[in-house]
Write a new protein. Structure first.
Length: 254
């Protein structure tokens, strides 16, 4: 069989009913290319391999799991990318869907990688620690609305799909998990530049208890800070508010 490695944040899905719910969510939208992140012991993989007319690949860092998967599912030979997801090149040359029980220790970084591939990722069905999943899906005004909420929601429509209890995994994590769906937005918010948008959002939430006027004053000309919006705190602003403000930043208001 195989061993479970704590250092890689391995909590393998074992509950088939959860796997089938993920498959059902995937089927809500057609796709022809699919990448699974962290197939581990193959609990979800065996169902994914049954999907018709799908070019399938999976990325797995752990060599022991790669060997186990290839031995258990010979059809996977040549379809496994033996690397960290964070290091791989885009696995397809056309838009693809991403699915997986994402390793909790790199789940936020996985989302930033998805943002890098924006335009190539047509859908994500991902399992996260529930707290992270809720943060990604959080609306403005929520206590957990933050950097990752704004950056992901600028490019994707996010839907929280369902909870997954600890008992669905081996070993059981100490926390609940949650599955979310990301679908690219049909209309992206208009911003001065992606770079200025990211900088503004990260700076605003870096001191989230302060008003914007105090948190982001270094990014704006002094006269701009008189606008009433700067009396608000970061979590009170929508994605569109942040995007609009990028045009007023130093160097962007010409």
């Amino acid at each position: 069989m195989y061993t479970l490695k704590k250092s890689l944040g391995q909590h393998f899905l074992k509950d088939s009913s959860v796997c089938l719910k993920i498959i059902e969510s995937l089927r809500q939208q057609p796709f022809s290319r699919l990448l699974e992140v962290g197939p581990g012991g193959g609990a979800l993989t065996k169902f994914l391999l049954d999907l018709p007319d799908t070019e399938f690949r999976a990325v797995e860092l752990d060599e022991e799991k790669v060997n186990y998967l290839e031995a258990t599912y010979p059809v996977l030979k040549g379809k496994l990318i033996h690397q960290s997801f964070l290091d791989i090149e885009c696995p397809f040359d056309a838009p693809f869907t991403l699915v997986g029980n994402f390793p909790y220790n790199i789940s936020t970084q996985i989302l930033f990688k998805v943002l890098e591939w924006e335009g190539m990722v047509e859908r994500v069905i991902g399992m996260f620690q529930k707290e992270v999943a809720q943060r990604v899906a959080a609306p403005p005004g929520s206590k957990v609305y933050g950097v990752i909420s704004v950056l992901i929601q600028a490019y994707f429509d996010v839907e929280y799909l369902f909870d997954v209890p600890p008992g669905a995994f081996n070993p059981p994590p100490k926390v609940m998990s949650g599955v979310i769906s990301l679908v690219p937005r049909k209309q992206l918010p208009v911003m001065a530049s992606r770079k200025s948008f990211f900088m503004l959002v990260k700076t605003a939430f870096n001191q989230r208890r302060k008003t914007l006027r105090n948190a982001v004053k270094s990014l704006f000309p002094p006269e701009m800070l008189l606008d009433p919006i700067f009396q608000k705190r970061a979590e009170q602003l929508s994605v569109e508010d942040f995007a609009e403000l990028t045009f007023k930043m130093n160097g962007n208001n010409g």
